[in-house]
Design a protein around this ligand. Structure first.
Ligand code: XMP
Ligand code: MG
Length: 178
């Protein structure tokens, strides 16, 4: 019988909400007169995206892409695939990518390259979480929520083997060394 890892609260929901509010204020300041396209990275960013955009009171549109870099479990395969590409052209538009977590950086570097080739007017990155301990490629996070330790985190949209996305707090999996 397989043992189900136990999630322990790392960032309580109140702190997550305050972080999203701060990020929304920073984004408002920079984009209120721009009508940007917010590109969410599925599936992990769906809750963050939903909370964030409801705090933004200017014109914007929403797109989603889906990338896969992880196999099952907590080890990155290192290979990034675009599973769902952009549904609309972003040429000449201000694009803000909304990501759940930047870990090795391979996934987001791949996506930023893909988007840059589409010739947006501007391209920036907002990430709720940063796990710098395992970075393999340099990534500039223009709007950063919180830095987390070198542990596998779940909840608030993030999963382990598709589980735990619904947890309202950001949690770590007990015993995870990722
Ligand atoms: P890389 O390593 O390419 O990974 O920066 C980015 C993507 O991998 C997922 N990821 C995680 N998912 N807990 C998760 O639930 C984690 O600790 C974690 N670290 C990386 C995530 O989907 C991210 O987009
Ligand atoms: Mg992700």
């Amino acid at each position: 019988m397989s043992v189900q890892p136990e999630p322990l609260v790392l960032v309580p929901r109140q702190e997550v909400a305050a972080t999203v509010q701060r990020l929304a204020a920073e984004i408002k300041r920079d984009y209120h007169d721009k009508a940007p396209v917010l590109v969410g990275v599925l599936k992990g960013s769906f809750i963050f995206m939903a909370d964030l955009i409801r705090m933004l009171d200017f014109r914007l549109t929403v797109e989603f892409v889906s990338l896969s870099s992880y196999g099952k479990g907590t080890e990155s395969s290192g290979r990034v695939k675009l599973v769902r590409c952009l549904a609309s052209p972003v040429r000449g538009q201000d694009v803000l990518v909304i990501e759940d977590i930047v870990d090795t950086g391979l996934t987001i570097a791949f996506l930023l390259d893909y988007l840059r080739k589409k010739k947006p007017a501007s391209l920036k990155l907002c990430a709720l979480l940063d796990k710098p301990a395992r970075r393999k490629v340099p990534v500039t996070i223009d709007y950063l929520g919180l830095t987390v330790p070198d542990k596998f985190v779940v909840g608030y949209g993030l999963d382990w083997d598709e589980k735990f996305r619904h947890l309202p707090d950001v949690c770590v999996l007990e015993g995870s060394e990722d």
